[in-house]
Write a protein that binds this ligand. Structure first.
Ligand code: UDX
Length: 483
């Protein structure tokens, strides 16, 4: 590729998981709308599922400068299960990373990219420490506040605040986290902070990838100034290029609405088949009467926890739409009998589906609340839809997100670390009825701020324009360096 004349070209590479691929495809569509040349690199088996369950090929075919490319992580499309997180990381290091280097050198991905927008969960794929020739923009699919909390982990270990000293230490307020004073208790720190060994490989992995993100040319967040301005300003002191361009799903929708013939349906980028029948069920329910329950794409719960939720939902007396993914419950053999009261309560007031069109569900008139695992995409989707939340966070960023939802943004209740039918029933009634008025003021205000940020002149709109200009400038400089 020597003496090649650089042209605008952005390579986007997401971590192979639903929440990551979803938000990075939205970014790819936004950048394609601006006319930039984009290559979206996907792990084979993920791409295979997208082709099976979505219209991505058709949707992106309208961009002449867009291409999909795939790469292996050592597993074929039908290899199941993918194994432990550490196994996946090892395969990405040993199989995917060298292949990517070859693809870049051989020109198989097209002209040398102006920059690579790399998922910050696997910064090691391009060694940002080694000052790569192609600038890396690290895209963090988590909230800015949880990313900022990740960055304090080494300091908390050094101060002796980590490891957490047992259950009695969980409600201690964590000190010394600039921009998050008096907000986080130990139980609100990212889940890997609960590990007893500060040198545990999972914890150290997060520490390393976070540190590497700061070394990247730029940091991108799916968030907006009015939501996380305080943390963003701290982040900007450590990295001069921070772009806050979210909520991406709302941003894309807003920009598409200005197109001549915008796509008719919401884009799902789903790795599962979307079951739209629940929308028909919702059509038959009264306004704001249904609580939508979804624990995202990764959370797995025990059968006992599943039953507590089920009892709680039925006991609440409210209508519910529950997303029960085929792999949501660990070790479920289908042999356990379902008590009559659960069967009848569900027949009367409930609906269960395997995978829902979540954004449309949340926007449906019948939805009055959202019981969520606090994944960042789900949190933003609930926020934009103006739906109050109940949070049951399970891992990584979710513990911090749920604290911000309940204590900072005040748009929901935090059910962290509790899972019994009485609490579930009580919180459902609180969100749907008893504490609804108290929550709805900030819920509506936050939804408005989110929408304003992505409209022309809004903070996320302007940050995306700035990012596109910066990419073009980078390309111009690369050209000048060759001339
Ligand atoms: C996890 C993390 O918690 C998240 O913060 C991180 O950014 C990515 O990994 P996940 O469990 O996938 O994510 O949750 P979430 O980030 O909420 O993403 C799930 C996505 O799947 C959402 O966009 C949601 O709309 C979609 N979804 C979920 C559906 O389309 N239908 C469903 O039935 C359930």
């Amino acid at each position: 590729m020597e003496n090649e004349k650089p042209e605008h070209h952005v390579l986007i590479f997401p971590f192979p998981a639903q929440g990551h691929v979803n938000s990075m495809l939205k970014l790819a569509e936004l950048l394609s709308l601006s006319g930039l040349r984009i290559t979206f690199l996907n792990i084979h088996r993920i791409h295979h599922k997208l082709i099976l369950h979505t219209d991505i090929q058709f949707r992106f075919s309208r961009f002449p400068n867009f291409q999909f490319q795939t790469i292996t992580d050592g597993l074929s499309a039908d290899n199941r299960p993918i194994g432990k997180f550490s196994d996946l990381i090892n395969r990405l290091k040993s199989v995917t990373k060298p292949l990517l280097m070859q693809m870049l050198v051989s020109g198989q991905l097209g002209p040398t990219p102006t920059c690579i927008i790399l998922d910050g969960l696997f910064n090691f794929i391009i060694d940002v420490d080694a000052e790569p020739k192609i600038p890396v923009f690290s895209f963090r699919t988590i909230s800015a506040c949880s990313f900022w909390a990740y960055s304090f982990v080494p300091k908390l270990i050094e101060d002796g605040q980590l490891p957490i000293k047992g259950e009695e230490d969980m409600d201690r307020i964590v000190d010394g986290m600039a921009g998050m004073e008096n907000i986080l208790r130990c139980r609100d720190l990212p889940s890997f902070c609960r590990l007893e060994d500060p040198f545990d490989p999972t914890l150290q992995y997060s520490v390393t990838q976070t540190r590497k993100s700061f070394k990247a040319h730029a940091l991108i967040f799916n968030t907006f100034e009015d939501l996380e301005g305080s943390v963003l300003s701290h982040l900007r002191r450590r990295c001069s290029n921070v772009y806050a361009i979210g909520p991406l799903h709302a941003h894309l929708k807003s920009r598409l609405s200005g197109e001549e013939s915008p796509p008719a349906l919401e884009s799902y980028n789903s790795l599962w088949e979307v079951d739209r029948s629940c929308l028909t069920w919702l059509d038959a329910q009264p306004s704001k009467s249904v609580i939508y329950v979804s624990f995202g794409s990764v959370v797995v719960m025990g059968d006992d926890q599943f039953r507590e939720f089920w009892h709680g939902l039925v006991d609440s007396g409210k209508r519910f739409l529950w997303l029960v993914r085929s792999n949501l419950v660990a070790g479920k053999d289908g042999e356990n009998e379902v008590p009559t009261e659960l069967e009848e309560g569900t027949k009367e007031r409930g609906c269960m589906v395997g995978w829902a069109p979540q954004v449309e569900v949340l926007a449906h008139e019948a939805i009055g609340g959202f019981l969520t695992h606090s994944g960042w995409n789900s949190t933003l989707e609930g926020m934009v839809a103006g739906v109050p939340m109940i949070c049951w966070p399970q891992f990584a960023d979710q513990q911090t997100n749920s604290r911000y939802v309940s204590e900072v943004w005040r748009i929901g209740l935090d059910m962290k670390d509790v899972c019994d039918r009485e609490t579930v029933a009580k919180m459902v009634n609180d969100v749907m009825e008893n504490r609804r008025n108290e929550l709805m003021g900030s819920v509506i205000e936050t939804a408005k701020l989110a929408m304003t940020s992505v409209e022309e002149g809004g903070s996320s709109y302007c940050d995306l324009e700035r990012m596109i200009d910066d990419i073009q400038l980078l390309c111009q400089r690369q050209r000048e360096a060759i001339d």
